[in-house]
Design a protein around this ligand. Structure first.
Ligand SMILES: Cc1cc2nc3c(=O)[nH]c(=O)nc-3n(C[C@H](O)[C@H](O)[C@H](O)COP(=O)(O)O)c2cc1C
Length: 255
């Protein structure tokens, strides 16, 4: 495989959940935020924002919502959000009424477009952080209680939380988590018709995953990939519906 510093950074990335109690300096923070802004943005809508959380009380509440204590210990913590609020105001200044049907930034296509942009920006920031010797973890757990999160961060109409990102100087060295064989995830031209063929290398991958130890639970290896998928496929997600919560923020995702 070809290699260079960027590829090394990407291939050595692993989630870091324990941070040294050292602040991230302003230069590094500015660099990371500028990098995030340089990610691609569909139609150049710039339809995301990020809340930089430094207030210990808000961090503590986020850790509660995410049910993950390390969230509160992150020296640098962001919540990335879909943001059509800013664009609503910009459009309003040009004579568009954001409450009217003429305002299309509240519809599903724009919502997913903004979500994509937010994720790309977050990922650029994550990669840049690793390239500076920092580490971090993406936080889907903040979405455990979206209304509480919206309330805590004062997220206004036409905004919606996407993901958190906790960053800091690593205070742990987890081993790299195995990835599935490339042939299971990259297909030529069309999706393969032969499901069994696609899963031919699954037993080998199951074994590799089962040999991995998660630092959050070091007393036993993690379950084989197949067992993880079976278990998650049975996990209830009924409280995690989108349409109602997005509607409360002004979005109309049925359109
Ligand atoms: C969208 C997304 C949400 C995630 N949410 C969490 C989270 O809430 N808490 C956590 O500890 N890890 C979270 N992770 C990290 C994944 O568990 C991790 O990336 C995966 O297990 C692979 O491990 P690695 O990052 O060490 O390679 C999240 C990752 C992604 C992409």
């Amino acid at each position: 495989m070809a290699t260079n510093a960027t590829i090394e950074t990407l291939l050595n990335r692993r989630s870091i959940r324990k941070f040294k109690d050292e602040p991230i300096d302003d230069d590094a923070t500015a660099t990371l935020e500028t990098v995030a802004q340089h990610a691609a943005s569909s139609q150049f809508l710039n339809d995301w924002s990020a809340i930089r959380v430094s207030d210990p009380a808000i961090k503590a509440r986020l850790a509660e919502i995410g049910n993950q204590p390390y969230i509160a210990t992150a020296p640098l913590l962001y919540v990335f959000v879909i943001d059509e609020h800013r664009n609503a105001h910009i459009a309003q200044r040009k004579g568009i009424d954001p409450t009217s049907d003429e305002f299309h930034l509240k519809y599903s296509y724009r919502f997913t477009q903004a979500q994509n942009d937010a994720v790309l920006a977050l990922h650029a920031m994550e990669t840049a952080a690793y390239s500076l010797g920092l580490g971090g973890v993406i936080l889907g757990s903040l979405l455990n209680d979206i209304p509480a999160l919206i309330d805590l961060l004062n997220l206004p109409e036409y905004t919606y939380p996407v993901l958190g990102l906790a960053l800091g100087k690593p205070d742990q060295e987890p081993t790299l988590k195995p990835r599935m064989p490339r042939s299971m995830q990259f297909f030529d031209n069309t999706y393969p018709a032969d499901d069994d063929g696609m899963l031919e290398q699954l037993p080998d991958f199951d074994n590799k995953v089962h040999q991995y130890y998660d630092l959050r639970q070091t007393d036993r290896p993690v379950d084989a990939f197949s067992d993880q998928i079976a278990s998650v496929s049975r996990q209830g997600v009924s409280g995690k519906t989108l349409l109602d919560k997005a509607a409360a923020q002004g979005f109309q995702l049925d359109k």
